[in-house]
Design a binder for this molecule. Structure first.
Ligand SMILES: C[S@@+](CC[C@H](N)C(=O)[O-])C[C@H]1O[C@@H](n2cnc3c(N)ncnc32)[C@H](O)[C@@H]1O
Length: 393
């Protein structure tokens, strides 16, 4: 991932303002408990953070995972502009920008915010969760030109790769969303999808809370699917297969229709599947059919902080231990000072199996989530109200 190492320098030279025509430094934030610093920039109409890690002889300037934009060239150019603007002595760099590789912003890349009051420009919609190399997603989109395929992938380089393929193949019926599918699904209107594909999800045997399939994912899938629409799981892991069966047929499910197939060949073989087939592993398909229409979901949660502003007393109040509540948690992870009058808090919060990772900016006049608000779910909103209560000293 893009980074440079630079000779140590006096960071007091980092000031708010324009460094180039396209790059503006918004603020600099210093970690309260280590020497790390964050530089907030606006580049190419996107706000994101760069992280400065100070080792004794050289410093590392790199991207921040929570706020990183999808396009790697934006990151590279942002780092390059900051480095040139500050006149940094670069010791090592991997940010060569290849002009031919610059991709214009793609109309097929959607952000989580785009899904507030979304309308689909196709008569039918399907979702693929964790599309990886995108082989199956692209195949389906080519085969069904009148259906919109929403590919949701948490791994940013995979999402960027597939966006390139969409441009190359000239496809008009795919949207790519670089986000946690478990959260995004909650933004999709009820009764709208024909299929939800979950092919070869990561088994997460040691961290089951990270699995895509869960009782709440099943519930959301059934809400989002149209009547007779299907959730389609394909896995090579016997453990995941049995875990899914327990989830699909468990106590919380009163009525369902589940179909199982073993070693069914599909028209298209993904990269992962090819590997398992070479190893002669069994492949399991589980199809869960939606049987009932669901109620409409209204997403009108407000994630603003209203009158909340920064007060010095807050520095004493914040506890860095995770706090558990009924159905959600809040974990303030790090605090960064922006001069004497503002702070940036890094936190994880929300439901246990679908946590959000965000920053909150607070100064004497205003507070907001940097660089985007949480997904509009009931649990996130409940947590947001608790965060507001907590920060209001
Ligand atoms: C084992 S790979 C399978 C990729 C592809 N479906 C295939 O069959 O080749 C699992 C993929 O799911 C993605 N993934 C894992 N958890 C996810 C989540 N919560 N939301 C979206 N994508 C996720 C991973 O980044 C990875 O690309």
């Amino acid at each position: 991932m893009p980074h440079i190492t630079v000779k140590p320098f006096d960071t007091s030279c980092i000031k708010k303002g324009n460094y180039t025509k396209n790059t503006e430094v918004l603020f600099k934030a210093e970690d309260n408990f280590s020497s790390d610093e964050l530089i907030a920039i606006n580049h190419g109409h996107e706000n994101f953070l760069l992280c400065l890690k100070k080792n004794p002889k050289s410093w590392l300037l790199k991207y921040d995972k929570v706020t990183r934009p999808l396009k790697v060239n934006l990151l590279k150019q942002g780092i390059a502009d900051v480095s040139t603007g500050l006149n940094l002595e670069v010791l090592q760099s991997n940010i060569t920008i290849h002009p031919t590789k610059l991709t214009p912003s793609s109309e097929y890349e959607k952000s989580i915010e785009d899904f507030t009051n979304i309308e689909f420009p196709f008569p039918s919609v399907a979702i693929e969760v964790g599309f990886g190399s995108g082989k199956h997603l692209l195949y389906q989109a080519i085969k069904n030109p009148n259906r919109l395929f929403i590919g949701i992938e948490i791994h940013t380089p995979s999402a960027a790769q597939v966006l390139k393929q969409i441009e190359i193949l000239g496809l008009k019926n795919i949207w790519v969303v670089n986000y946690d599918a478990r959260l995004l699904l909650e933004m999709i209107p009820s009764n709208t999808c024909h299929q939800i594909f979950v092919h070869f999800p990561v088994p997460w045997d040691k961290k089951p809370h990270r699995r895509v399939i869960s009782p709440s994912f099943l519930e959301e899938s059934m809400r989002v699917l149209e009547v007779k629409g299907r959730l389609e799981l394909r896995t090579d892991s016997p453990k995941y297969f049995w875990y899914s069966m327990e989830t699909f047929l468990g106590d919380t499910v009163s009525k369902t229709a589940v179909e199982i197939r073993k070693n069914e060949a599909l028209d298209i073989t993904s990269k992962y599947e090819a590997r398992w087939l070479r190893q002669e592993k069994d492949i399991y398909d589980v199809y869960v059919t939606c049987r009932e229409a669901s109620e409409t979901r209204v997403l009108d949660f407000d994630f603003s902080f209203k009158e909340l502003v920064y007060k010095k007393e807050l520095l004493e109040k914040i506890s860095y231990k995770p706090e558990l509540f009924d159905g959600f948690f809040i974990h303030f992870e790090r605090l960064f000072k922006i001069g004497d009058e503002a702070i940036l808090i890094k936190l994880a919060f929300g439901s246990f199996d679908r946590p959000e990772h965000k920053y909150i900016y607070l100064d004497k006049l205003q507070s907001y989530y940097f660089n985007s608000s949480p997904v509009k779910t009931l649990t996130n909103h409940k947590t947001h109200l608790k965060i507001m209560e907590y920060l209001n000293v």
